[in-house]
Design a protein around this ligand. Structure first.
Ligand code: DQA
Length: 149
């Protein structure tokens, strides 16, 4: 089983970016935790972080041809704005789970709209780095027994 983990803009700054909102855990730490979960499930993870919308769109296109089975995505600010990322995910047709460290629904009104939510297999928000772990677990269950071992 092969899962692509996508991180949107500014998530490279986790650990020093608004820690009161996003916590003090770094992206490297979240990725290490995901990697150990994935090993236990015999699952291959690919990580990709970009601050540019087109780079995320192009990485989703690549996932259509590299045997990716599902996508775990924190689109960050693009959650609320990106028709292009929505369209790329729709084109890829791969199951995906949307995750957020904070709970956007409990924040400013402009964060309460997700361009992706209605296409997502599921959404996890508000648990800091654990949102990724919970989302990964949900995606594995969805992808079937081989991924959930
Ligand atoms: C975020 C929430 C978004 O509203 C914000 O723009 C982010 C991070 C989160 O993980 O809580 O950059 O996706």
């Amino acid at each position: 089983m092969r899962i692509l983990v996508l991180h949107g803009p500014n998530l490279n700054l986790l650990g020093r970016r608004e820690p009161d909102v996003y916590g003090s855990e770094t992206l490297a730490s979240i990725e290490a935790r995901l990697r150990s979960q994935a090993e236990a499930r015999h699952c291959t993870l690919e990580f990709f972080q970009a601050n540019a919308e087109h780079a995320i769109v192009e990485r989703i296109h690549q996932a259509m041809d590299d045997a990716t089975d599902g996508i775990l995505i924190n689109p960050a600010a693009f959650t609320h704005t990106s028709v292009a990322i929505r369209d790329a995910l729709a084109a890829a047709g791969l199951p995906f789970v949307e995750v957020h460290l904070s709970n956007p629904d409990a924040r400013e009104p402009f964060r309460q709209k997700s361009m992706l939510a209605d296409l997502a297999a599921g959404r996890i928000a508000g648990f800091g780095g654990d949102s990724y772990i919970l989302g990964f677990s949900g995606l594995c269950s969805l992808l079937g027994p081989a991924a959930s071992e």
